[in-house]
Design a protein around this ligand. Sequence first.
Ligand SMILES: [Zn+2]
Length: 302
Amino acid sequence: MALVLFAAGGEDSRGQSLSDFCGALLEGKSGAIYVADLSAPKIICAVGDSAILSGTQKFPPGSVFKIITAVAALEQGIDPRRQVKCTYWYEIPDGERLPCSWRPGHGKIDLVDAVSKSCSFYFYSLIDRGVSIARIENVAKMFFDIPQSPYFAEFYREDGADFPYRFAMGLTGVLVSPKSVLRMITAVATGGELPDFEREKYDKIRLSDDSEWEIIREGLRKTTTTGICAGIFPDSLSVAGKTGTAPLPENPAITCGWFAGYCSTEGKPEYAVVVFLIDATGYTDAAPLAGKIFEFLQHERK
Ligand SMILES: [Zn+2]
């Protein structure tokens, strides 16, 4: 597939060398990488397959979508400190069993650690604790430009009883572009500032309580310190983020992998990075590439 390299802003030499670097990381792979400078906000690198960059092709977000489900749970008044005991298999009311992401299960786990360890069991349980598809859908619409309600309902009819659980997991019912994931993770990083990268301005997303942003960000930060990405990012980079892996709808034998995250200096988010790869997983493939990009950004700043 064609690899498109460009630096947003053109004259920006920092953006150009960053794009060369990210383009080299994608060599021989299919996917896309975005980097945004959050002070503007401005996309300083967008490289990858042209159909992905243009937004023509969209993909299931996988566990990256757990960020949305977690916000929906908080909006619904779910107590984030209340623990659920993950025993690996989650039985839904019709008797079907759905697996967690990790064997033999995470044991007792609260919302922050469920985000950091990507515990699917916890997120399945939210559906049975009353977090509705409509609630998740409404939160998704705050962050993503996605079709109106009937879109989700259609998927519901197709997929049957496990739909709400798989939807909460980002495996069905919603398709997103890597650029829209960059907007979403930027909004989380900044505590609700949804970026318009073209106009270099922010619009505010308002949640019921500002403390919800802090809870989500704590989970994303723990992802790289004690969660599933522990050891991938040098601690000095102060990276927070989320991985995701999902089968492609047109060919479920192949998965796509995501990492969406940001680095901060003295608590202030500086750069957001999205790595999206086809025929890959989020944890083993996308997250390590994101680590190289954050290191590159830190070196350039020195
Ligand atoms: Zn679990």
